[in-house]
Design a binder for this molecule. Sequence first.
Ligand SMILES: Cc1ncc(C[n+]2csc(CCOP(=O)(O)OP(=O)(O)O)c2C)c(N)n1
Ligand SMILES: [Mg+2]
Length: 397
Amino acid sequence: MTIHSESSTGNSADNNYGASMKDGGQRRKGQDSGPSAEEYMLPSDEPVQLVDPRGEHVHNDRYPLPDGEALLAAYEKLVIGRRINEQANALVRQGRMAVYPSSHGQEACQVAAAVVLEKDDWLFPTYRDTVSVITRGVDPLEVLTLLRGDWHAGYNPQEHKTATQATPLATQLLHAVGVAHAAKLRGENTVVLAMCGDGATSEGDFHEALNFAAVFHVPVVFLIQNNEYAISVPLKNQSVAPSLAHKAIGYGMPGERVDGNDLAAMLSVLGKAADRARDGGGPALVEAHTYRMQAHTNADDPSRYRQQSDVEQWVPKDPISRMRTYLTNLNLLTDEVERSITQAAEHMAATLRDGLNEDPEVDPMDLFEFVYSEKTSQLREQAALLKEELIREGVQR
Ligand SMILES: Cc1ncc(C[n+]2csc(CCOP(=O)(O)OP(=O)(O)O)c2C)c(N)n1
Ligand SMILES: [Mg+2]
């Protein structure tokens, strides 16, 4: 994408992203009081953590801990998210779904990305972000239609302001920036949250999206879920930057790193970035440090390229167990509340099972619909060939 712009990077509001700087980061050290561009845009030395793996609060001057009620509500979504991952994996093994890229272990990222958005904001998810899309409120059966492989996509993106889950890496980041740019031109109060993986940061589209977003100062929060692998390729073969969040300063936006298995930190950091974007503070890049606990998809065998002992190191960092301990210690998560959360998760699993065990009625001719407003000559030709075959085989008349 080529950029023609007279736009300045000037912020119209105090950014709220750990420090305040009104000139969009153009100022250099010593020019004025307040943070330098480096202080303003560079991420914390360590990923932000508010609840550690033992379930204990870690104080952070810049990021407040969300209140107990908000954490309890998000914890319920975390448990439901884990159950969605488990059930979807089972449905793949039963042949009811074609493929499922699980976010097992990444549920704190999934839930926070959906929860920090308002109804009229936009979410741009990837194939791995099914739990985010369901948490956003899209009908779970409509969401899984794509991964079942029997139709183009199951839900209307406009209805829930949630784009379809992108499989081509990083393309959704450009779409997200386009939507944010349009919203800004229209004077709408929309925030766009765009998700991608660590591997996707090597794509040209990632660079173009971040550069455009910074130059045009649009309200986008980029969330990288760094789960340390792009299928079989480890992060060290993908980037030698100090962290992926450090890339932000190169574009002129703040970057932050956060413990992606810490629901409280995810909510606080993403929430602050979204508020800042809504207040006219421009884009931000958030890198969530997490881990892909399972195979890339059911078609992948991770034992070919990583040790099980590496995976096991991440088990004690699980997002659910630490939040359960934290909320139990606060007496917010009682046995009774836990039981009702389990029931809600089981209800979700039953909805997925019942819905996906039904055989859908599909029309093979739909393959040629809903892509172009007017079919190309090749498509018309292919459609005619298929129709002929379906009639010959007695499938259609
Ligand atoms: C443009 C493009 N190139 C290659 C692929 C094949 N591919 C699918 S997933 C994937 C790995 C992506 O890794 P990452 O961005 O870290 O996301 P994760 O799967 O770990 O969530 C690749 C290379 C693709 N889908 N799109
Ligand atoms: Mg990855």
